[in-house]
Design a protein around this ligand. Structure first.
Ligand code: LLP
Length: 404
């Protein structure tokens, strides 16, 4: 993203041009940025040589999954649908892990039939169900158990997953009991300890704490795990002020704390791979003058991007034309949806805007389209990708007729 002659561009292509050609709202991805993130992730964790399983929930566009799979990535899936999508994108079953607290019997069956790398189980009941299905198929199934390390990830509360009050994983005591149970099972092969403490984590210290709990639990279990799956959660720089997780430091902590285990490390990153690769281009429909603030009413709403409404998440907003004149009024950027939480940001001292101008909402690649909906019977936005200076349509704009 750069201003060239005061016009915002993405990988050299003018945002206004895209908006006029394809109409708005538009999700537009940069392949260049995606590649950069992938290579950067690999470089930082090179010494660990992990299996990297992209968290499909963060973005399940099949064209994006295909691009990611070319870099030798696997996938972390949380439903039969995501598993099907990952396979369809060409990701090898032996590089797929299946997480989630509520896998149905048919989803488990599907995963077993496809012979994926691991089903990461999250409760005793789920383990018994996997065992029952495996037995009926006369199979031995590779599984992991998700440990709840009771570690505060110090992130947004709604996306924290590793504390004991969260529904995810099992506590240490249960974990150790389950290890003993599985050791004697003919149909289960325990290969992995998995853990994931939350998302958008900016400090490596919670990870360090988590690693210490993992290390202690492994010692207590006296079990040799082939894999340790550390989940995802690596935070990105939404505010463009250089506050993001230091991957190098995290990597060093892993080497230090888990050194003696010789297990293969698995990561499940979503946001750190795809988050900052996309913008949402939207048009100002109206400017409604208020008493102390003006409402900038956009043609993108919370159905297109729900993160601000759901988690009070912050995304930078930029105008497509860079102008010097600053508005005296505060701007509140809102969508057209009939809900007061349909609001993206409130900004003081923004450059002066006018109706029909285009603005972009930044860093929407992760949990943008994957969390989008048809609320208010609004069709989903078109998705574009810029690759080698070419514009590719990677998802057509939904037609209203498809929704009728
Ligand atoms: N692995 C597991 C088991 C997870 O639950 C998640 C995310 C990930 C990996 C990927 O985490 P990431 O690297 O993307 O942080 N919708 C929220 C985020 C929810 C995250 C859910 N789990 C948001 O928009 O911020």
């Amino acid at each position: 993203m750069k201003y060239k002659n005061n016009r915002l561009t993405i990988d050299g292509i003018n945002v206004d041009f895209l908006a006029n050609k394809f109409s708005t709202p538009i999700y537009c991805y940069s392949f260049k940025k995606l590649k950069e993130n992938i290579l950067n992730f690999k470089k930082n964790f090179k010494k660990i040589n992990p299996l990297i399983c992209f968290a499909v929930k963060s973005n399940s566009n099949i064209k994006i999954l295909k691009e990611i799979s070319k870099f030798n990535f696997g996938a972390d899936v949380v439903s039969g649908g995501e598993l099907m999508m990952a396979l369809k994108a060409g990701i090898k079953p032996k590089k797929i892990v299946f997480s989630g607290v509520g896998k149905t019997s048919s989803e488990i069956e599907f995963a077993i039939d496809k012979d994926i790398l691991l089903i990461n189980a999250e409760s005793k009941s789920e383990i018994l169900e996997i065992e029952r299905i495996a037995r009926s198929k006369k199979r031995t199934v590779s599984i992991g158990i998700r440990l709840n390390p009771n570690t505060d990830a110090k992130t947004i509360n709604q996306i924290s997953t590793g504390k004991k009050e969260n529904k995810f994983g099992v506590d240490e005591k249960t974990f150790l009991r389950l290890v003993d149970y599985i050791k004697n099972s003919r149909n289960l092969n325990l290969k992995c300890l998995s853990v994931h403490i939350g998302s958008q984590i900016l400090d490596h210290k919670p990870y360090e704490k988590m690693l210490k709990v993992v290390s202690k639990t492994i010692q207590k279990s006296q079990y040799k795990f082939e894999y340790i799956d550390l989940g995802g959660g690596m935070g990105i720089d939404y505010m463009h002020n250089n506050k993001k997780l230091n991957l190098k430091k995290y990597s060093q902590s892993i080497k230090k704390i888990l050194n003696k285990n010789y297990s293969k490390i698995i990561f499940e990153p979503g946001r750190s791979i795809i988050g900052n690769t996309a913008i949402l281009i939207t048009k100002i429909l109206y400017i409604k003058e208020g008493f102390k603030k003006d409402f900038i009413i956009l043609d993108a709403g919370m159905n297109d991007l729900i993160r601000p409404a759901l988690y009070n998440a912050k995304h930078k907003i930029l105008a497509s034309k860079n102008k010097k004149e600053i508005s005296k009024k505060t701007y509140e950027f809102v969508g057209p949806i009939c809900e007061s939480t349909d609001k993206f940001s409130t900004i003081k001292k923004f450059q002066k805007l006018k109706e029909k101008d285009f603005v972009v909402i930044c860093d929407v690649g992760a949990y943008g389209t994957s969390l989008s909906s048809n609320y208010n019977v609004r069709p989903k936005a078109i998705e574009l990708m810029i690759k080698s200076s070419k514009i590719q349509i990677i998802n057509k704009r939904q037609k209203l007729s498809e929704l009728m």
